[in-house]
Structure formats: C-alpha cells, structure tokens
Design a protein around this ligand. Structure first.
Ligand code: TRP
Length: 455
C-alpha cells in the first residue's frame, strides 16, 4: 500500500480531539431531532428514559468505538480487518456506506438551516402557521434546496481537505465554543418569555403513567436517539480515536463528550419549548418539520424574532457543519488509508459523490425520508450491533486491555463494561433494528409506493 510511507496524522491537542468528538455529536440530532422526539414521545417521561439510556447504552458503546480506533490507528474498514478477520471487514463497509448515505441528505437539511438563517435577515419569518408551512415546502425541495445543499457540501469538502490539524481541529476549536455559548445565551433569553414556566412544567416533570402506558414506543425511540446523537454506529468515533497518539484516559474523554452532548440537547429543550409555548403551539404537534415550521412561525410572532431566529438557525448550521465533517472524514480516511489517494482528491471526489446522491433528497421530501429512514433506522443500527457483538463477545480481552491503556488496571469495572456491552447494548440494538425494519416497510408501503405511482 502506497500510503504506508506517509505518516498518519494526529490531533495536535487533547482538547482538539474532545472538541472534534463533541462537534460530531452535537448536531441536527440535538437541536432538530431531540425536541420533536420529546414532543412526540410524551415530554418529560421521554427525557428521563433518554438520560438513562445515554448512561447505560451510549457510554459503553462509545468506549467500544474508541478502543477499536486507538488500538488499530486505522479507518473503520482497516480497523475491522485488523481486529476481526474474514467477513468482519464487511462491517467496515457498512460504516462507509452509512456515512455516504447519511451525509448526502444531512447536507440537504443543513442547507435548509443556511436558507433559514438568511431568511431572518431578508424578510423575517412568517407568523401564520399555514403560511410558514407553505414556505417550508417551497424552500425544502427544488432548486433552492439543491443550491444550499451544494454550498454546505462545498464547505465540508474544504475543511476535510485541510486535514486533521489544520482543517478539522482548527474548525471545531472555533465552532464548538460558539455553539455552547450561543445555546446558553438563548436559554437565558427563553427564560424571560411568558410561556417559560408552563414549558418547564411540561419538559421537566415526568408523569410515570406516561412511561407505563407508552413504553413500547418510548424505549426504542430513546435508544435510537441516544445512538444517533452520540454519532455511534458508523465508525466516526473509531476514526477520530485513530488519530490519537498518546495514551489518554478514554473513559474520561468519553464522559466529557457525552456530558457536553447531553447538556446541549437538554438546553435546546429549554430554548425550544418556552418559545413554542409562548407562541401557543402544542409541542406534540410539530413532528419532523418542527423547527422549520412551528418554531419559525413562533419567531415570526416574537418581538425581534427575526434576530433570535437568525441566531438560532445560524447556530444549527454550525452544529450541522461540525457533525458533517466527521461523517465525511470516515469515508475520506478509508480512501486515504486503503487506497493511497491524497486527502484533497479524496475529499473532493467523495464530497462530489455525496452531493449527487443528495440531489433526490433535495428534489422531494419523500425521497429524503427514504434515505433517512434507511440509513438511520437500519444501516446505523445494524453496523452498531455487529461491532458491539464483535467487541463485546469476540475480542473483549483485547478491548479491556486497550481501555486500560491510559487508565490503569480496571479490575471488575472492566468486566462490568464488557457485560454492559454484551447484554443491554446488544438487546437495545436488536430491538431498535427490529422496530426500524418494521417502520421502514410501513413507510415503503404507505409513503413511498403511493408517491411513486403518482409520478
Ligand atoms: N450526532 C450527530 C447529530 O446529533 C449526527 C451524526 C454525525 C451522526 N455523525 C454521525 C449520527 C454518525 C450517526 C452516526 O446530529
């Protein structure tokens, strides 16, 4: 392999690695997906289960990816070739495919956030819910959507082409602190709104009767959200940990990353719900269009809403960007490591391909759903499940030894980690995969095929 002579890049600083992982984790999943999941799945009851799953499932699963990455110092395909053998290499291929598909439509949604940032500066947001919906439908698909999709992908390509230290690390050192500060500032602002106290009651006091009645849908939704928001299941954390040089305490790094991601999601709830309650919108209503329809309409209603909206959507765009670079880096690192292509070419080629694959998603929302559900509910969960089985059941000794590097002897804690990976994580993923497949079949029958016959 020609790449062997080129020294592999590494993070310049520990904080660089942590910010990159936080930047990957904090994204549309926190700001767009999380509030509407809370809204759909019963408010505070969902929040409680979600927090539990972050600790019980997210934390052990993140360490799985960290140890594989640091041990092998390779991209996900190369890493799995090394620690597994034979067919395990193909799990790495699932990761690459997942990254390719996710970024293709993630970039379309990110393009909307840029469009909505500009909207505040141009004409402001429309206060009428029906008009806001009409505007979203118009902007979400078609030429507009394709242009902003191209713009976003272009920026991702440039950052990734500059490499680990000068590209990704530099970018996240600016973006992540900005996201944290602006989010806190907006929560303080939301606290002053009329609807705040009602919103807090809804968001923060769980009704246990809701959990008892709805657990069949709350549990898988919370498990899926925990995985998505932490960027698990497709080798992002393998790839980022592969650029670690020295022996750091991976458990500590993982806890910091998870702490930040969870804090940002939680604070986003403290922003979104007061705004929705103040504008008189039922939080269970909005669904996937939540921030672009209900929230945008709420901005149309508020004093200085155009300004608050511009800051909000701008922050979402930045958060999406720091996640998108991690998705592209997974695929690019594979091309560089295994094919010996140079970084700039790899970034341009891969980014170009992802842009093309995203065009259908920018053409019609049904196609975006088709890609999103497939990647998110099936590919991601399947990849995560197979990796968990490999690490938890087949190479757990190696994994514990790798985790101990930089920490010291773990004793029974190491065993506890392995069993957390073997049972709760595996069970959660099996359940999520099963439900994900059912949901995908239902979507094909009720959403996609009717759409197709209409064309
Ligand atoms: N975690 C990001 C978010 O919450 C999305 C993301 C980035 C992701 N990379 C990922 C999700 C890898 C799954 C796998 O928006």
């Amino acid at each position: 392999m020609s790449s062997v002579d080129i020294p592999r890049e590494q993070w310049a600083t520990r904080i660089g690695f942590i910010f990159a992982a936080v930047g990957s984790a904090v994204g549309l999943g926190n700001i767009w997906r999380f509030p509407f999941q809370v809204g759909q799945e019963g408010g505070a009851a969902f929040l409680l289960i979600y927090l539990l799953f972050i600790v019980l499932i997210g934390f052990p699963a993140m360490l799985v990816e960290f140890v594989v990455g640091r041990y092998t110092e390779r991209n996900p395909v190369g890493a799995l070739k090394e620690v597994g053998s034979g067919a395990w290499e193909y799990v790495g291929w699932i990761f690459i495919a997942t990254g390719f598909v996710i970024l293709s439509y993630y970039s379309v949604v990110a393009g909307w956030t840029i469009r909505y940032t500009l909207l505040g500066l141009q004409d402001g947001y429309l206060a009428d819910a029906a008009e806001a919906e009409g505007q979203f439908v118009e902007l979400a698909s078609g030429l507009d959507a394709i242009l902003f999709h191209a713009l976003f992908m272009g920026v991702v390509i440039v950052i990734v082409a500059y490499g680990i230290q000068r590209g990704i690390e530099l970018a996240v050192k600016v973006m992540v602190p900005a996201i944290i500060l602006i989010t806190i500032g907006m929560a303080v602002y939301a606290f002053t709104l009329d609807g705040a106290s009602e919103a807090y009651a809804y968001y923060l006091s769980p009704e246990f009767s809701v959990i008892a009645a709805e657990w069949t849908s709350i549990l898988p939704a919370a498990a899926g959200q925990a995985f998505f928001t932490l960027s698990l299941g497709m080798g992002v954390m393998i790839t980022y940990a592969s650029y670690l040089g020295e022996d750091r305490n991976l458990a500590e790094d993982g806890a910091i990353v998870i702490g930040f991601d969870t804090a940002i999601a939680f604070i986003t709830g403290l922003i979104v719900f007061p705004i929705l309650f103040t504008a008189g919108v039922d939080p269970a209503d909005p669904g996937a269009g939540a921030i672009f329809v209900s929230l945008a309409a709420a901005f149309g209603d508020l004093t200085l809403g155009w300004l608050i909206g511009t800051i909000f959507f701008g922050t979402v765009a930045i958060a999406a960007l720091s996640s998108a670079i991690s998705l592209m880096e997974v695929v690019v690192s594979y091309i560089i490591d295994e094919r010996g292509v140079d970084r700039s070419r790899a970034a341009i080629g891969i980014g170009g391909g992802m842009f093309l694959l995203g065009i259908p998603s920018a053409y019609d929302l049904v196609l975006l759903d088709l890609f999103d559900l497939f990647a998110d509910q099936i590919l991601l969960v399947l990849g995560g499940l197979l990796l968990t089985i490999l690490v938890g059941w087949l190479i757990s000794d190696l994994a514990v030894r790798e985790l101990e590097r930089g920490i010291g002897d773990l004793g029974s804690i190491g065993t506890a980690w392995v069993w957390a990976v073997r049972v709760p994580v595996v069970l959660a993923l099996v359940a999520a995969l099963y439900l994900g497949i059912l949901e995908y079949i239902a979507f094909i029958q009720e959403g996609f095929l009717p759409w197709l016959t209409e064309q």
